[in-house]
Design a protein around this ligand. Structure first.
Ligand SMILES: Nc1nc2c(ncn2[C@@H]2O[C@H](COP(=O)(O)OP(=O)(O)OP(=O)(O)O)[C@@H](O)[C@H]2O)c(=O)[nH]1
Ligand SMILES: [Mg+2]
Length: 303
């Protein structure tokens, strides 16, 4: 790898602790979708960012959940995480500030055996109430992560301590990227739109419905100055199809409207989304669909 390659900084952690929120805030653009459901992120997303004037390549990854289920999708998500750890020049272990668990202990053990510098970002510090409870949380984290080179509580939402986190990371960065990079595919505007649709589905739906669904791009055309994108929403069961469509189609309309409004804001142009729902119970064991779902992506600005 050339000397100019920026070091690759990988964000890892349990599902739903705020990795993607941190990633977007650090990059300055929403490239990775965020939702209150665990396992929103399925593949790695890479984007250039800065730490104390240094250029870095920041990597968002799926949450560490090695034993939750045995579908091909979940196995591949965990594999992605392992590959990104191998390719890392530095690692930020993102931890939910209010809750250190055995999953964090397992990740610390894994990082201890790697040869890259790493530190702990205690995310969602704004949720630690009362504030006096932050100190014991920091002490507990320090005791359980003795190899960490930094330990910074922060909030991506309020911006609190965000600069401190970037400075702490910059101090431990190696001079340049040293490792081989896993292959990446473009996060083009069609894929980004599909991810935004998936985000709206994850936000709106409860229980097991989000985890069993997938969004597949099906068509793309220009029509009277509008970009018309078609997506199939694959669901695991017929009952899920009814939930996603909603009473008289109300849920699907709401998802479509929310996604379309975000895309129009983002791209500054007219967009129309065609969404339909298909029952496909085996999609998360389908090698082609799963490979597409977990592929490492680098964003491309829309043409
Ligand atoms: N209060 C608060 N909430 C946050 C903060 N950062 C993230 N969240 C919320 O935490 C939830 C999970 O955030 P994500 O960024 O999707 O978490 P993740 O670690 O990427 O989750 P997975 O991709 O599922 O592994 C979302 O509802 C966010 O809005 C923060 O600093 N403060
Ligand atoms: Mg995420």
């Amino acid at each position: 790898m050339s000397r100019e390659s920026p070091p690759r900084v990988v964000l890892v952690g349990r599902p739903n602790v705020g990795k993607s929120t941190l990633f977007n805030a650090w990059v300055g653009e929403k490239w990775s979708i965020v939702s209150p459901r665990a396992e929103t992120t399925r593949g790695a997303t890479l984007a250039p960012a800065r730490a104390e004037g240094r250029g870095i390549l920041l990597v968002d990854t799926p949450g560490w959940a090695p034993v939750r289920t045995r579908s091909l999708l979940h196995r591949r998500m965990q594999h992605v995480l392992g590959e990104e750890l191998l390719a890392a020049d530095a690692v930020v272990l993102v931890v939910d500030a209010p809750r250190w668990t055995e999953a964090e202990d397992a990740l610390v053990a894994r990082l201890a055996s790697a040869s890259v510098p790493w530190g702990v970002a205690l995310a969602r510090a704004d949720r630690v109430r009362p504030r006096a409870r932050l100190l014991p949380a920091l002490e507990a984290a320090a005791a359980r992560a003795p190899g960490a080179r930094f330990l910074v509580p922060f909030s991506a939402l309020s911006g609190e301590n965000f600069d401190r986190l970037r400075t702490a990371l910059a101090r431990v960065l190696p001079e340049s990227a040293a490792r081989a990079s896993p292959a990446s595919a473009p996060l083009d505007d069609t894929r980004l739109a599909g991810e935004i649709v998936r985000e709206k589905l994850f936000e709106a739906l409860r229980e097991e419905v989000p985890y069993g669904l997938h969004v597949v791009p099906e068509s793309r055309r220009e029509e009277e100055g509008k970009l018309v994108l078609g997506f199939a929403i694959l669901v695991a069961r017929p009952s899920h199809k009814a939930i996603v469509i909603g009473h008289g189609g109300s849920m699907l309309r709401r998802i479509g409207t929310e996604a379309r409004q975000e895309l129009v804001r983002r791209w500054g142009r007219a967009v129309h989304l065609d969404l339909w729902v298909r029952v496909d119970p085996g999609w998360d064991e389908d090698t082609r669909l799963v490979a597409e779902a977990v592929a490492e992506r680098r964003p491309e600005e829309p043409a």
